[in-house]
Write a protein that binds this ligand. Structure first.
Ligand SMILES: NC(=O)c1ccc[n+]([C@@H]2O[C@H](COP(=O)([O-])OP(=O)(O)OC[C@H]3O[C@@H](n4cnc5c(N)ncnc54)[C@H](OP(=O)(O)O)[C@@H]3O)[C@@H](O)[C@H]2O)c1
Length: 318
């Protein structure tokens, strides 16, 4: 796996990371198999996929516990990223609310470290800005975690350039994590260029369009009962039929390279800026290998032009 760095001054990481969310949260609840997921995390490290992304709200808590179990005897081989700022609602599997209060951050970092079985994370991210708490207060508490040696660096998720600037005034922003893929391009307008200009890593989440861009799902019937995507606007029958045009374009480009549509989707995110690191999620050994191999796929100008000409997606992303 070719390597890059986490932003201009962060640690070396594989050019493609691994999102661990779907191993215990959100997708395909009957497909959960913790032993296989632990093996996938080990395989990722062996392949050079060193950036691992999780969050306390995934599960809640089960995802960090799983990642902690996987890293028990190899913590130093991973660049470990988790998140704070969303709190699960026990009455609803995907229900959640914001909590950016400093006291919540202070308690949460210790709880995350306990579940992850480590004395520090490499990246501690604010999952969402809490509208009820000034960002400066939340970010200040996260900066305390750096000063205490509990986090090597801190990052943001789903923020505007204005919010990045406000945080930077208090403590350096190491990374911004937002959705970026062939069918979700909003971050390219301002946030990605700002990150590139300021040495901030941009972690592209859901780079495979939650799996749709691999061509794996063609109708809602392909999605398991209890899977969050069943309620997602882009995974409704009419939207899926229309959005197939995007996957088909990726498929045409893929054919020219002897690649898969998913690999093209990942290569496209990396082609947008040298600061972009996609974090595709998988709990499936063969998908992990396929995604890791996408690091070697370089798209041509003609490929990128063809992928930029795809229609806008049908359906909101949430
Ligand atoms: N900051 C945020 O608010 C936020 C929001 C969402 C996600 N994230 C992060 O981003 C990570 C990735 O996002 P995501 O999981 O939502 O979406 P994604 O990476 O776009 O897609 C994941 C889905 O694609 C499937 N898949 C992966 N590789 C495949 C391949 N090569 N061929 C066929 N199918 C493949 C996975 O299947 P299997 O799981 O069955 O293998 C899973 O269903 C998450 O794990 C999480 O860490 C962050």
């Amino acid at each position: 796996m070719i390597t890059t760095t986490l932003g201009a001054s962060g640690p070396a990481i594989g050019a493609i990371g691994l999102g661990c969310m779907g191993m215990t949260h959100g997708y395909d609840p009957r497909g959960r198999d913790d032993d296989v997921s632990v093996a996938v995390i080990h395989q990722a490290l062996d392949l050079g996929v060193t950036l691992l992304d999780t969050a306390d709200v995934y599960g809640p808590y089960t995802n960090e516990e799983l990642v902690g179990r996987a890293l028990a005897d190899r913590r130093e081989r991973a660049v470990l990223a988790t998140k704070v700022g969303l709190v699960g609602d026990p009455s609803h599997p995907m229900g959640r609310r914001n909590d950016g209060r400093p006291e919540h951050v202070r308690a949460s970092v210790d709880a995350s470290l306990r579940r992850l079985g480590t004395d520090h994370v490499d990246l501690y991210q604010l999952h969402r800005v809490d509208p009820a708490t000034p960002l400066e207060e939340t970010w200040g508490a996260m900066a305390e975690a750096v000063a205490a040696g509990k986090a090597r660096a801190i990052g943001l998720s789903e923020v505007s350039v204005e919010e990045i600037r406000r945080a930077q005034a208090i403590h350096p922003v190491a990374s911004v994590q937002s959705e970026l893929s062939l069918w979700t391009r909003e971050a390219l307008a301002e946030v990605v260029p700002y990150c590139e200009a300021n040495g901030i890593a941009f972690l592209a989440y859901s780079p495979l369009g939650r799996g749709f861009l691999t061509g794996r799902f063609s109708s809602p019937d392909d999605i398991a009962e209890g899977d969050w995507r069943r309620g997602n606007p882009r995974f409704q029958a009419e939207a899926m039929a229309a959005n197939r045009a995007i996957t088909e374009a990726a498929g045409r480009v893929a054919e020219r390279h002897g690649a898969t549509p998913g690999q093209v989707a990942l290569a496209w995110t990396r082609a947008q800026s040298g600061t972009v690191v996609p974090i595709p999620g998988t709990k499936t050994p063969r998908y992990l290998v396929e995604n890791a191999e996408a690091a070697d796929l370089v798209l041509t100008e003609a490929d990128l032009a063809e992928l930029d000409a795809v229609p806008a997606p049908v359906g909101e992303r949430y």
